[in-house]
Design a protein around this ligand. Structure first.
Ligand code: GBH
Length: 479
């Protein structure tokens, strides 16, 4: 249909798993109940409600801490076999350290995971979806390499308690978002504007933390528990803004500085060459005797490289990129290091959030890029979804999901990319970080005005339910 292109009339392979995704802070509520500690998001928003567009917070959110049985009913009704959710670090370790373990938090997740499994739904458990314990933030947060050790302690407790039932683990969700928005732009906690250097240090610490958790799993749990573990990276698919070589280079820079930044150390080894040389050059001209991009020691390089059992990919949109040339030397800044300016295609459909335009073919292209460049063996698309005003009639979301899933299916059937599963963002409307409740990503509506947080299927939810049942994106597929 129109610019969305042809929708595949093939069926998804029987082995392909459909699912939905959420994150603890965005749905659970119960922010200080049953012994849960304070997270950096709790503090950031309580301290200054103006940091959120509608001055709301996630103290109650979808109330999933209490309404989890209903959430499982919704998943069953959808017919999905995967549910990606995150566990809250401060709910398990109130101050982030193993000094105090909150048994009520552990029991909560144990009960939830058992019930999921009984419903025939396999959990993908994210250990860290942005809710750092406030105490660890005060200890230096993602700038302090010691946080990697604390993350390892936390991961061990999670593997020990939940690992008999959890076979797919994700360590850290979208480290790039935390580093660029929290430590660069200052728009999310800790609200720092360290665009020259903090963004790079944050990336290094998050990668070390991921690797720590991976090795603990590998050394202490894998033999008995037999699961898989990786991290989740988000990226756009970047098109050159024109046919010029300069813009082709711009698109490459954009990809290396966003995806390669995290994927290279894990899947290939070390930061991308382009990042290393550009940042080292600029740093030198800025008066530094070392690069603002912190080096990994030889030991750290080895420690981080190869710490994956699959590739977790969050893919929402594309960008068009231009190379801006070398300018403003003397002003240390990630964005100047990158040397690009970005926009979106003139014919891409906008959503209600500024960064999200529909570019379905980007899904197929990105899956191929990840498959060929990083050789991950298996890919899970761990997030993909559309923002709208929250109405039940959400044809725009159906159009988006249908076109993206069609391209995902082409990547599997035409290109031979091994995509094992897909968890759409999101199971239900939830607290969209600093957008508050103004942006709705759910295929299920949540009434945030009602104390019951009533859940209602949107049209997209009904559509997805049918896709899951028939494995087909149109009325009837080729047999
Ligand atoms: C996901 O990130 C998150 O994992 C999830 O928690 C969230 O609910 C979902 O997106 C929907 O937003 O404002 O120009 O700085 C998706 C990738 C990367 C998209 C950072 C927004 C910020 C762009 N995100 N990006 S900007």
């Amino acid at each position: 249909p129109g610019i969305l292109g042809q929708i595949s009339n093939k069926k998804f392979p029987e082995s392909f798993q459909f699912g939905a995704a959420t994150a603890a802070y965005q749905i659970e509520g119960a922010w200080d109940e049953d012994g849960k500690g304070e997270s950096m998001w709790d503090r950031f928003i309580h301290e200054d409600p103006d940091r959120v567009k509608d001055r709301q917070n996630a103290d109650i959110a979808c109330d999933s801490y209490h309404k989890w049985r209903e959430d499982i009913e919704l998943l069953k009704e959808l017919g999905v076999t995967l549910y990606r959710f995150s566990v809250s670090w401060p709910r398990i370790l109130p101050n982030g350290t193993p000094n105090k373990i909150n048994q009520a938090g552990i029991d909560h997740y144990k009960t939830f995971i058992k019930a999921l499994k009984e419903a025939g739904i396999e959990p993908i458990v994210t250990l860290y979806h942005w809710d750092l314990p406030q105490h660890l933030l005060e200890l230096g947060g993602w700038l302090n390499e010691q946080i990697a050790d604390y993350f390892g302690e936390y991961a061990r407790i999670a593997f020990k308690n939940f690992g008999d039932d959890v076979k797919i683990w994700a360590t850290i969700n979208e480290p790039k978002s935390t580093c660029l928005i929290g430590y660069g732009a200052g728009d999310s906690p800790p609200g720092l504007k360290l665009v020259a250097d903090g963004v790079y240090q944050c990336a290094k610490v998050q990668l070390l933390a991921h690797a720590k958790a991976y090795h603990i799993y590998d050394d202490e749990f894998r033999a008995q528990q037999g699961g898989r573990i990786s991290l989740v990276l988000d990226t756009t698919y970047n098109e050159p803004a024109s046919d010029s070589d300069a813009d082709k280079f711009g698109a490459e820079l954009e990809t290396e500085f966003n995806l390669g930044w995290y994927a290279n150390p894990v899947y290939i080894g070390d930061w991308p060459e382009l990042m290393k040389t550009r940042i080292a050059n600029r740093s030198r001209q800025e008066g530094y005797s070392f690069s603002r991009l912190p080096e990994f020691t030889a030991e750290q390089l080895k420690y981080v490289n190869g710490t994956f059992d699959y590739f977790g990919l969050n893919m929402y949109t594309g960008l068009t990129a231009q190379y801006t040339g070398e300018f403003d030397i003397g002003e240390p800044n990630y964005y100047l290091d990158k040397g690009t300016s970005t926009s979106h295609g003139a014919d891409w459909t906008p959503s209600t959030v500024s960064w999200l335009y529909s570019y379905p073919v980007g899904m197929r292209k990105l899956l191929n890029l990840v498959w060929n460049k990083y050789n991950p063996g298996t890919i899970y698309v761990t997030e993909n979804g559309w923002a709208s005003d929250g109405s039940l009639n959400d044809q725009g979301r159906i159009d988006y999901l249908q076109a993206y899933l069609s391209n995902l299916l082409d990547a599997i059937l035409e290109d031979g990319v091994n995509v094992a599963g897909y968890t759409t963002w999101s199971l239900m409307d939830n607290f969209e970080w600093t957008e508050g409740y103004t942006q709705k990503f759910g295929i299920i509506h949540v009434d945030f005005d009602s104390p019951n947080r009533t859940r209602t299927f949107k049209e997209s939810g009904r559509w997805y339910q049918k896709v899951v049942a028939t494995r087909c994106l149109i009325d009837s597929c080729d047999e």
